[in-house]
Structure formats: structure tokens, C-alpha cells
Write a new protein. Structure first.
Length: 187
């Protein structure tokens, strides 16, 4: 069985698209997925399945619509893919340290994309990059480094310019998800 993470886009943000994690976990279990765990309220679900990824993603999106009454984009990654992402940050330790010294709060994020963006999509995002807001696209991920808050970032606000559905997680969350994957692998 493959270990997957379903990363839900746009739930429990600003009082919209509210889904309680216990209810989400029950939904995944009712779908026949095994060893289901959730992590924090932003919609991170760890589970095992033998299903093919695209069909699995479509089933989950359909079930969320049916159970909760609104559409949610789901980005899937395997545990191995998350480990690779966490091990391949394209920003140097020095770049991250400089951003962290600039102000408080999270500075490093990863946008997980449904598919690899086109070169045109990457070009459309370039005008929003600045000294304070930087990005690097690596395959189906866009790594983001902010000197100021992500909430005030024009880059973060314009990720849809890539032309591909994306959900964003901070670096601490990404590392916690990798640690969760490790715990399920050793059981």
C-alpha cells in the first residue's frame, strides 16, 4: 500500500469552507482508506491506499462535495514525494536565515501544485517576485521565501497566475508531515 497525504485547499480559512478534522477523518475511513490521520485544521490527511493517484484524488474531491456540500481541490503527494520536497529546498540556509532575521513569523513555504506549471504560467508569476518575496519552481512545487508576512505578499496572493491549482503549507508543517509519514512507515 502507498502512503499518501491529501492536502486540501482553502478549508477553515476566514470562517469559510469549515470542515472538522474528526469528520474529515471519518469520511476518509468510510471511503475504505486505511490508517487515516489528520494534522492541524488546514486539511492535511495521511492515509494508505492501493488506488491509482488520479482516481483517488477525484474520489476524495467527489466525496468532500457530497459530504460537506462544497467543492475542495485536493492535492495528493506520497510520503516519498514529501520527503523529497523537504530534502530539496532550493533556498540556501543563508537566504532563509536572512529572511528570518528581517521580521518574525514563518518565512519559508511550499506551494504544492496539482501538476507541473507551464513556462508561460511561471512567467506570469515573475512580476510579483521582489527582494522581499521570492519563489523557485521545482517540478510540481513552488518554494516561497518571504521577508515580510505571507499575508501581505503580492506573490502569495497571485499564485493562481501559475494556472495550476495550488495549496500552500509552511516549512514547519511540511517537516511535521514528513515525521508523521515516518511514524506510519515504521508501524
Amino acid at each position: 500500500m502507498a502512503i499518501y497525504f491529501a492536502l486540501l485547499r482553502g478549508i477553515n480559512v476566514g470562517g469559510k469552507n469549515i470542515i472538522k478534522m474528526a469528520e474529515l477523518k471519518r469520511m476518509f475511513e468510510a471511503m475504505g482508506l486505511s490508517r487515516v490521520q489528520t494534522y492541524i485544521q488546514s486539511g492535511n490527511v495521511l492515509f494508505e491506499s492501493n488506488d491509482e493517484e488520479e482516481r483517488l484524488r477525484e474520489r476524495i474531491e467527489h466525496e468532500i462535495q457530497a459530504v460537506f456540500g462544497f467543492p475542495v481541490k485536493v492535492i495528493l503527494r506520497t510520503a516519498e514525494e514529501l520527503k523529497r520536497i523537504a530534502a530539496s529546498c532550493p533556498f540556501s540556509e543563508q537566504e532563509v536565515a536572512e529572511a528570518e532575521a528581517f521580521s518574525e513569523g514563518e518565512k519559508l513555504y511550499v506551494g504544492l501544485l496539482l501538476e507541473k506549471p507551464s513556462s508561460e504560467g511561471i512567467e506570469r508569476l515573475k512580476p510579483y517576485q521582489s527582494v522581499n518575496d521570492q519563489y523557485r519552481v521545482v517540478g510540481k512545487e513552488v518554494f516561497l521565501l518571504f521577508r515580510d508576512s505571507v499575508r501581505n505578499s503580492k506573490l502569495a496572493a497571485n499564485l493562481e497566475k501559475l494556472g495550476v491549482p495550488v495549496t500552500v503549507r509552511n516549512w514547519k508543517t511540511m517537516n511535521k508531515l514528513v515525521a508523521l509519514a515516518h511514524t506510519i512507515e515504521v508501524k
